[in-house]
Design a protein around this ligand. Structure first.
Ligand SMILES: Nc1ncnc2c1ncn2[C@@H]1O[C@H](COP(=O)(O)OP(=O)(O)OP(=O)(O)O)[C@@H](O)[C@H]1O
Ligand SMILES: [Mg+2]
Length: 431
């Protein structure tokens, strides 16, 4: 008989089928358990530590309970402070309470500018949520706005538009046009009642708005402060109870994770991501509990991912400067004199036909400062007696990370092999 009696793949599949995770709880009868509870889409039932903001939001929605339109509102706070979760949570409760009787629930429409990034698409989505499909492109924005107006007049219900990550819209070419249109709608048509709840993690958001929009928006504000270590600890404990097997974690380990995350701006998203990664490391090592080593490995790997993402999205000029410094360190074994770096940049540019943007001294300095502020490079001044003082740049992040990211691009991959000809500081000194 050809081959083996039993298919090896089948054996492996059976093995995995019967394998229980050392860390994550099985789904069983519980609605959400295991990994799901730590995913971005999971919505906790009764979010903790945001009572003040919940109270302010309920107050904000109170006019709806008298069938009146609420004002406009801006929700601010750094990333991962619960703005999206809590705003949607409260809005959801208001709608379901209204549906249960007593008042006409408002139409609440949630739009995230990351998904829907033009005024046309946002207005079209509003029409769609009100039950009328609008073509994705092709109409004039004013036509879509007219359609929306007609729908709202017909319904006579308050519309509360939650526009999340609204700073992205206002900073784009679209500027504050949409906000202008929406605020004008209610002013012009007494039967149309639109309220805007804008959510932003950019605290400078209002400085992007023109005066006419600022005055007609006339919005209240709710601020979400970063979570403290103790608050993050509670949030993580609640998730851990649902996600992990008994004995797979203890308060100490949760507190270690909360501490690390609190240092990073009290961001609950990062804290939960770190908890998930640590659990995955523990599971991978077939451990029955998460220990401090797993947490450290998880933190390094998340940092590695974040650095990789950051490097990948930089403009070409920044990448060339990084390659210049990194190659000098790797091949010439020295930190690069900032004065020579411009020469190295242009050497690199000549090696590729694709990168054609030349830069001058001032731009180079700006780029260096930005890279330093993001912790990619170090800048220091060294003094060498009668030779005077020199400013040098050196890499903070590992060459391996740079290679991993840049070698994905064929143009940059070639440049990573280039040995700079420009003399760098050490050789300059040793003449
Ligand atoms: N009080 C809380 N209780 C439980 N989980 C929370 C709480 N606050 C935030 N989270 C969780 O943390 C993550 C980030 O929260 P959220 O998305 O609301 O942050 P955000 O302030 O909108 O951040 P961004 O500005 O980046 O959009 C989500 O997974 C959310 O479920
Ligand atoms: Mg958000």
């Amino acid at each position: 008989m050809d081959g083996r009696d039993v298919d090896y793949t089948d054996i492996l599949v059976e093995g995995f089928l019967n394998k229980r995770s050392t860390i994550f709880k099985e789904k069983g009868d519980v609605a959400a358990a295991g990994r799901d509870v730590l995913s971005a889409s999971y919505k906790p039932d009764n979010p903790n530590h945001r009572d003040a903001q919940i109270e302010q939001l309920v107050k904000y929605f109170a006019p709806c309970m008298r069938n009146e339109a609420p004002a406009n509102l801006l929700v601010y706070g750094k990333t991962g402070t619960g703005k999206t979760l809590i705003t949607r949570h409260v809005a959801g409760k208001i709608v379901s309470r209204g549906a249960a009787g007593g008042f006409v629930p408002p139409h609440v429409i949630y739009i995230n500018v990351k998904m829907c990034n033009t005024k046309y698409r946002i207005l079209a989505k509003m029409c769609e949520d009100l039950g009328l499909d609008v073509p994705k492109t092709g109409l004039a924005t004013d036509q879509v706005l007219e359609t929306l107006k007609t729908l709202l007049k017909r319904d006579r219900r308050n519309l509360v538009a939650i526009i999340d990550e609204i700073d992205l819209l206002v900073r784009s070419r679209e500027k504050d046009d949409l906000l202008y249109m929406l605020t004008r709608l209610s002013e012009e048509e007494p039967l149309v009642r639109v309220s805007v709840v804008g959510i932003s993690n950019d605290l400078r958001f209002k400085t992007f708005l023109g005066i006419r929009v600022l005055s007609s928006l006339n919005a209240g504000e709710i601020v979400f402060p970063p979570y403290t270590t103790a608050e993050l600890e509670d949030i993580l404990m609640e998730r851990a109870e649902l996600a992990f097997n008994d004995g797979a974690y203890d308060r100490m380990i949760i507190s270690t994770i909360a501490n690390l995350a609190a240092k990073e701006d009290g961001d609950a998203r990062k804290a939960i991501a770190l908890l998930l990664k640590a659990a995955e490391v523990a599971e991978h090592k077939e451990s029955h509990f998460i220990d401090a080593d797993h947490v450290l490995i998880a933190r390094d790997s998340l940092e590695f991912d974040a650095t990789k993402n950051f490097l990948g999205t930089l403009p070409d000029q920044f990448k060339l400067v990084i390659i210049g410094i990194s190659n000098t360190q790797a091949y010439n074994k020295c930190a690069v004199n900032t004065g020579s770096l411009l020469g190295i940049y242009h050497e690199l540019m000549r090696q590729s036909d694709e990168i054609t943007t030349s830069i001058g001294d001032r731009r180079l300095l700006q780029i260096l400062k930005e890279l330093r502020d993001h912790g990619v490079i170090d800048l220091h001044v060294i003094s060498n007696g009668r030779h005077g003082r020199y400013s040098v740049s050196s890499m903070v992040i590992d060459r391996k990370i740079i290679e991993a990211v840049f070698s994905k691009d064929p143009v940059l991959r070639k440049l990573l092999n280039y040995v700079p000809k420009t003399r760098c500081l050490d050789t300059f000194f040793h003449q």
